[in-house]
Design a protein around this ligand. Structure first.
Ligand SMILES: [Zn+2]
Length: 302
């Protein structure tokens, strides 16, 4: 069975492309994939892409968002908790939700549910949507409602329920039909509802510096590679207006890109750990000065 499919531009529907970069799936399959740039609207996306019904084969059991916390090794756990000492990335999301008075939150692509759990502990009424069945089970075990499947499939099960906010934390870039998803989200949101997205920024200095080694490509799992212009275009077409857009402090993107580069040069990966904590400490400064490889966007219904 043919695994790949060629697609028209997911933003303008035309089919006039140039190759932007060819890069490897460094995490799992080690296969190469092509990323193109639409000559008409400038959107950068994976093309050909793995068919949607086969992409699950590329989410191996230790994909970071799907990893069960209890199954992390002691080293990983220590690394994570030390990382959180420097900066808890969820705090920023909570702050954005509180600033818009959001009480009911839907997270799409909830992974193993750590953000949902954090928001719940901070008093928000949370619901999840997740495609991975094991993750859905874990989230439900935390006493959180979670729909199993793609948002566009489960939207009818959600029914007339409305939310104050919909959050995509490193999930929006995995979507196969973001236009349809945004249209469904528009209908799921209350009148003053907001959408919060954190996505890799392919036009960031970090992405341009690392090129095919950039962690933010995450091929073939990332279907669209957003920049400020393309995310604005998708949101405005879906009748959302951006109220805030900024770089996230996200040092692991830079550090793991170094890891991919070292791997390719057949250099010992241990060198990577020399960068880990110094770069984590420096991350708030370098994000202020040159931005980072990840942007977060808050948009409201027009
Ligand atoms: Zn286009």
């Amino acid at each position: 069975m043919q695994e790949l499919e060629c697609v028209d531009c997911p933003l303008c529907n035309l089919n006039n492309f140039k190759i932007h970069v060819i890069a490897k799936d460094y995490l799992f399959s080690k296969k190469e994939f092509t990323v193109v740039r639409c000559e008409s609207c400038g959107l950068i996306f994976t093309n050909p892409r793995v068919k949607e019904n086969l992409i699950a084969h590329y989410y191996f059991s230790d994909y970071i968002q799907h990893r069960e916390i209890t199954k992390l090794t002691n080293f990983q756990r220590a690394k994570n908790s030390l990382g959180y000492l420097f900066k808890n990335p969820y705090k920023k999301i909570l702050k954005a939700l509180r600033s818009t008075n959001a009480k009911t939150v839907l997270e799409v692509g909830a992974g193993e549910g750590s953000l949902l759990n954090y928001l719940k502990k901070n008093g928000l009424n949370v619901t999840g949507v997740e495609r991975d069945r094991n993750c859905v089970r874990r989230i439900r075990a935390m006493d959180i409602t979670c729909y199993s499947g793609d948002l566009n499939e489960v939207v009818s099960k959600i029914g007339f329920k409305k939310f104050d906010a919909v959050v995509f934390h490193h999930a929006f870039e995995h979507l196969y039909n973001p236009k349809k998803t945004l249209s469904n989200i528009y209908n799921l949101l209350n009148e003053k509802g907001i959408i919060y997205l954190s996505v890799p920024n392919i036009n960031s200095i970090e992405a341009r510096l690392f090129g095919k080694y950039w962690k933010g490509l995450d091929l073939p799992r990332h279907t669209i590679h957003y920049d400020i212009n393309s995310i604005k275009n998708f949101l405005s077409e879906a009748k959302f207006k951006i109220i805030n857009l900024e770089s996230d402090i996200f040092p692991s993107s830079f550090i793991e890109s170094i890891g991919f580069f070292l791997l390719k040069q057949r250099m010992p990966l241990n060198i990577y750990y020399l960068f880990y904590y110094p770069w984590k400490l420096l991350a708030p400064i370098h994000t202020k000065v040159i931005g980072s490889g990840v942007m977060s966007v808050v948009a409201k219904k027009c």
